[in-house]
Design a protein around this ligand. Structure first.
Ligand SMILES: [Fe+2]
Ligand SMILES: [Fe+2]
Length: 361
């Protein structure tokens, strides 16, 4: 059965789904095997890749989006201009590999796979009793399905489920195909944890909200920004790993990144839909008043965009600086390589405005 005929069986305007439906993948003509690991998703008879758990999830998200539009509400858009460039950029990464300097790239690819695996935390996000915290009805929305399959499907996509690999394993496979099972530096995870621990827990921007609700919305906004910015990382990974000059398996490694990228679309879409539904509604505060959902969602997105555009470019450089100086020593002419890398730097200034600034006054 093809994806098209599977989807066609579902009424396009259906707004309510069972948890099992949102987790259903349907059948595939062939499985996806990566680096000897059976991964999620698979291929239809025509050989086209079909993402996991989308047979009902995608039509559902489209129906919720259509409803939002019918009710006259906009879908949240995160500006791509706010996306900081990847460091090292594709040209710098290729130059390093061509000079036999593999450690920084192995490190970056390993960080990507670990971050993907962390995505599983979305299943632990507590969903409060939304019907009592949102003034308007929420039946037949993405919001009403977060705890009913959407968070769980997302978690399974990122970190795998049972004996099926997810994005974590797929990135590892892409890395190992392209760079022929490189030795992984032992301190990658440790460094990431160190940086995480150095971050202070942010104060609550909306203390008048139910704390579980505020936390859930903050995590959703954070994950949405990470997912959208990941498009830049995926583009980087695709271009680098499908470059035959530096990749041992340009087709297979590039295809793997393309499959992962295809799987991310439902994540971005359900998150922006649910946040847009909140934006179109009114939230009850703990002191018996109300607050516009729009001010809450925009306030959270603004803070995240402001922080990420300020800190991420520097963090990526800091992560690599020490190891880069050490790693280039294997190159024939380390200083010349460092100079060439510097000349290829991407100029980037964070945008002056996030577009989600709180209204003055
Ligand atoms: Fe992912
Ligand atoms: Fe994702």
């Amino acid at each position: 059965m093809s994806a098209a005929s599977d989807s066609a069986e579902i009424a396009p305007d259906r707004l309510t789904y069972a948890r099992d439906e949102l987790l259903e993948s349907g059948s595939y003509a062939a499985p996806l095997i990566a680096g000897g690991v059976r991964c999620h998703g698979g291929f239809d008879e025509s050989g086209a890749y079909r993402s996991p758990r989308t047979i009902h999830r995608m039509p559902a998200v489209r129906a919720w989006q259509a409803r939002l539009a019918r009710d006259g509400h906009a879908l949240l858009e995160i500006p791509r201009a706010a996306m900081p460039p990847q460091y090292p950029n594709v040209e710098q990464a290729a130059l390093l590999l061509e000079n036999g300097v593999r450690d920084p790239i192995v490190r970056t690819l390993t960080v990507i796979s670990i971050v993907e695996g962390f995505g599983a935390i979305i299943r632990d996000v507590r969903v409060p009793d939304l019907a009592s915290l949102v003034v308007e009805p929420i039946e037949g929305t993405a919001l009403a399905h977060l705890g009913g399959g959407l968070f769980e499907a997302h978690a399974r996509d990122e970190s795998g489920w049972k004996d099926e690999g997810g994005h974590k394993q797929m990135w590892e496979a892409a890395r190992d195909l392209a760079l022929e099972k490189p030795k992984i530096p032992g301190d990658v995870l440790l460094r990431m944890m160190g940086r995480q621990a150095a971050r202070r827990r942010p104060e609550r921007p909306f203390p008048q909200l139910d704390e579980t609700l505020e936390r859930m919305l903050a995590i959703m906004a954070q994950v949405l920004v990470v997912e959208i910015f990941a498009e830049g990382t995926f583009d980087w990974g695709y271009r680098l790993l499908s470059n035959p000059k530096v990749s041992a398996a340009p087709e297979a490694a590039g295809a793997m990144v393309a499959h992962i990228r295809a799987d991310e679309s439902p994540h971005v879409e359900y998150l922006r839909t649910a946040l847009s539904e909140v934006r179109a509604r009114t939230l009850r505060t703990v002191d018996g008043k109300t607050l516009s959902g729009r001010s809450v969602v925009d306030g959270l997105v603004h803070r995240i965009l402001r922080d990420v555009t300020r800190t991420r470019p520097q963090e990526q450089r800091d992560d690599l600086r020490d190891s880069l100086a050490e790693a280039v020593k294997v190159a024939p002419n380390p200083q010349r390589l460092l100079d060439e890398l510097g000349a290829l730097d991407t100029e980037w200034t964070p945008p002056a405005h996030t577009g989600f600034e709180p209204a003055a006054g």
